[in-house]
Design a protein around this ligand. Structure first.
Ligand SMILES: NC(=O)c1ccc[n+]([C@@H]2O[C@H](COP(=O)([O-])OP(=O)(O)OC[C@H]3O[C@@H](n4cnc5c(N)ncnc54)[C@H](O)[C@@H]3O)[C@@H](O)[C@H]2O)c1
Length: 436
């Protein structure tokens, strides 16, 4: 089988490499020539563990090719996937669908025979129908399907190869059945490992993706608020999370308190879901509250650091971790983008270190931010250290070494990586989330 994927970002590139690994011929297209040039030269445009090897193996075996021109890349393709971005539309929080519609139109114009056009990008309910209208105005033999992606950055290859489920939304009637058959053939290796396939309508598939992300964001936000309560009452949020998470109806995942969710998906998807629901006259008040609580939380993290210092003016603050989570270089909507500017605005001098995210972070952070080459260089002479992202290399830093490198004694561990007893024994005023 042969497929084409538009968009060589986190989703498109990982999907392309994984489909190629399944034995499918994949032509990956991006309209950013620099990105394609890098891929052709064997350089990864993003950081994702294991991706460089998977890409190199499949390029070597001739199953994965990179293109800037769409028409030649579509020759012989049975299915064309859209994995282009759907960022927040400036100002109102709706998903910006301009990349999706432009790409769908390009595909319809470049097509020379029947094909299935599959939307992998996260798009609001109703988008599939709008794509049908758009492409059918150009040609009649393009069938539209929805196949939302659930991979997590940092664990993307494993998630793609062993997903909890595959969701396929199809048009009604024979066209839809044909699209479903094509997609089932593409996902045959997953069928063999008994991955559940949820075959449904376009509208339902689109809604599943937003409902899933919003539910997970809500779960994180719930435990963050419970953590705040624990701080006031002397309870331990980790034991609360375990105690409730062991209940099979609740589940243990996504109950880790922190500085608020960020990343390329949850913030924009919760917002878009809430906007779609408002427009439909069926507001999602829990999702709206989740967004408001999470936004306020990021600001509150900066306030906690400033309060611990008494006055941040002239103080040196070290920030360990900038990306929204470990094992990615993705800085989109990372809590650091709120916390660092707030610390700088309070008069502090901020030095940051992140193992993978510093190149992406630089243009997004205050110009006065300093960058260190290692965690220990970052904390040297700091009055306070703030741990924002739980990279593994930050877990093993001995408290006594940290303390003697720093000038001050404030350590704000917003990922609860360290043992409070050990940190206090090392002489820190240790501030973590939801623990006595
Ligand atoms: N990043 C994630 O973890 C994740 C997970 C699940 C779903 N999603 C969804 O997948 C979609 C893609 O996300 P991403 O993070 O991979 O985005 P991204 O910004 O990393 O990549 C998008 C790519 O598409 C390219 N592009 C835009 N228009 C194009 C066109 N007409 N032709 C060819 N290339 C084009 C851009 O140059 C860019 O390289 C979004 O809708 C997102 O919500 C993302």
């Amino acid at each position: 089988m042969r497929i084409t994927i538009l968009g060589a970002g986190y989703v498109g590139l990982v999907s392309a490499a994984c489909f190629a690994e399944f034995g499918i011929d994949v032509a990956l297209v991006d309209n950013d020539p620099a990105r394609i040039e890098a891929l052709r030269a064997g350089r990864m445009p993003i950081y994702e563990p294991g991706l460089d090897r998977l890409v190199a193996d499949n390029v070597r075996d001739g199953r994965l090719t990179f293109h800037t021109e769409l028409a030649p890349a579509m020759v012989g393709a049975e299915a064309v996937f859209l994995a282009v971005g759907t960022p927040s539309r400036r100002g109102d929080g709706h998903a910006d669908l301009s990349f999706v519609f432009a790409a769908a139109e390009q595909v319809a114009r470049a097509a020379t025979g029947p094909l299935t056009l599959v939307t992998k990008s996260t798009v609001p309910v109703g988008t599939g129908q709008r794509i049908i209208e758009l492409v059918r105005a150009i040609r009649d033999d393009v069938v539209v399907a929805s196949n939302p992606e659930f991979l997590r950055e940092g664990a993307a290859i494993g998630d793609f190869m062993r997903p909890d489920r595959v969701v396929i939304g199809i048009e009604a009637g024979a066209r839809g059945e044909a699209a479903l058959a094509t997609l089932k053939r593409l996902y045959r290796p997953l069928y063999l490992i008994e991955t559940p396939i949820v075959a449904t309508s376009l509208e339902t598939a689109e809604t599943i993706k937003y409902a899933a992300n919003s539910f997970l964001a809500m779960k994180i936000t719930f435990i963050n608020e419970v953590a705040d309560l624990c701080e006031k009452t002397g309870a331990d949020v980790h034991d609360v999370a375990r105690g409730i998470g062991l209940d099979g109806r609740i589940g243990r995942k996504f109950l880790h308190p922190g500085p608020g969710y960020g990343g390329s998906c949850f913030p924009k998807d919760t917002l878009a879901f809430a906007r779609t629901a408002q427009d439909a006259g069926a507001p999602l008040r829990l999702v709206e509250a989740t967004i408001a609580v999470n936004d306020a939380r990021k600001e509150d993290m900066a306030r906690r650091v400033i309060a611990a210092l008494g006055d941040a003016r002239g103080k040196r603050i070290a920030v360990l971790g900038l990306t929204f989570k470990p094992e990615t270089d993705d800085m989109r909507d990372a809590p650091s983008l709120v916390v660092l500017p707030a610390l700088a605005a309070a008069g502090a001098t901020v030095t940051a270190y992140d193992p993978e995210g510093m190149a992406q972070a630089r243009p997004m952070l205050p110009a006065a931010t300093h960058y260190a080459a290692s965690a220990m260089e970052c904390v040297a002479n700091a009055d306070a250290t703030v741990l924002l992202t739980e990279w593994n290399e930050f877990r093993a830093l001995p408290p006594a070494r940290l303390k003697s490198a720093m000038a001050g004694d404030v350590f704000c561990d917003f990922r609860n990586v360290y043992d409070p007893v050990a940190m206090r024994a090392a002489g820190f005023r240790y501030i973590s989330i939801g623990r006595p």
